[in-house]
Design a protein around this ligand. Structure first.
Ligand code: AMP
Length: 210
């Protein structure tokens, strides 16, 4: 097993690209820290109870809490698999925790999207609460408005996708997550793809870059 890290702002399309790639390739596994946390909140686990207020305000949950969840997923993943790690690490401390886990990091691929485009994308984002498929009202609409193409569930706006929380999430991204770009560049692992060219093109560029 090895790991490819997805870097990019909230709304850069990381999750959509990783989901599309994992659906098309048996040896790719998409692991989203945000989905793990939302799952824990929905189930009402102890970790979920602790994470909820941080998430709703757009802040990062404590490093140890999310690191434990990621360690569990890494431990249960075996064989010839590349894990597309989406949303973790989110700061330098988490990058060190990941390095200590010892699973080789093959590359860190930045999906590069300017902030102005990000704001518009998140405003139109719709998510399936059941199968986690992502849509956009204009750029990637479902076949039937408000309904998931994959499983037929009613689409929702994520609680932390409201404009005020999005602003806070972008501040957190620039302050805490962006330093990872230099961190992985120093290690010779950084690749960058243009995130503004549409899901299929970005996915193809990502696959070539990773
Ligand atoms: P995401 O779906 O990746 O945008 O994550 C949604 C929210 O979950 C974030 O705004 C954070 O509150 C929390 N979260 C996800 N991943 C992490 C992480 N690696 N470290 C801390 N908090 C995280």
């Amino acid at each position: 097993m090895n790991i490819v890290i997805l870097l990019g702002a909230p709304g850069s399309g990381k999750g959509t690209v990783a989901g599309a790639l994992a659906a098309a390739h048996d040896n790719l596994k998409h692991v989203s820290s945000g989905d793990l946390l939302r799952g824990a909140v929905a189930k009402g686990t102890e970790a979920g109870k602790q994470a909820k207020s941080y998430m709703e305000s757009g802040n990062l949950v404590p490093d140890a809490l999310i690191a434990t969840m990621i360690k569990d997923v890494v431990a249960e993943t075996t064989g010839d698999v590349t894990m597309l790690l989406d949303g973790f690490p989110r700061n330098l401390a988490q990058a060190e925790i990941l390095a200590e886990m010892g699973t080789p990091v093959k590359s860190a691929v930045l999906i590069d999207v300017p902030d102005e485009i990000i704001q518009d994308r998140i405003a139109g984002r719709r998510t399936c609460p059941k199968c986690k498929a992502g849509y956009h009202v204009r750029n990637l609409p479902p076949k039937v408005e408000g309904v998931c193409d994959v499983c037929g569930e009613k689409l929702v706006v994520r609680k932390d996708d409201n404009p005020e929380t999005v602003k806070d999430r972008l501040v957190v991204y620039h302050q805490q997550t962006e330093p990872l770009i230099a961190y992985y560049k120093d290690k010779g692992l950084l690749r960058t793809v243009d995130g503004t060219t549409g899901v299929e093109n970005v996915a193809a560029a990502f696959l070539a870059a990773m």
